[in-house]
Design a protein around this ligand. Sequence first.
Ligand code: ZN
Length: 118
Amino acid sequence: MSNYNWCHGPECHTTQTQSRIRGSGRDKVLRTIKIKHDSNYRSHERYQMFNYFCGQNCLMDFIREHLTSIIAIAPRREALETPIKVEKEKYESYRYNYTTDKRVPYMATRTRISKNNP
Ligand SMILES: [Zn+2]
């Protein structure tokens, strides 16, 4: 297996940057970015997409061009649900009264969502 990929962004080779210029003399080309597999950053599961794309623009161009095919791989036909518990909780807070220039205590409510682990 080669230790690099060409960026899969469909427009990568049209972006005008110094790093894409290849060739000698006056007639040169803008070339797709070569991505080497030598970075810890790219080996992290969360960033593995950047083994195939030089950046977010190329990733989003690819998704836009192939969206229908990508969705067809794993279509969502119904909503998913996560069981939770919701608790309302009262606590003392303060609001600022600009007329008296003082902090005024009041009872506030916050909603706490916790996962309902079976
Ligand atoms: Zn690219």
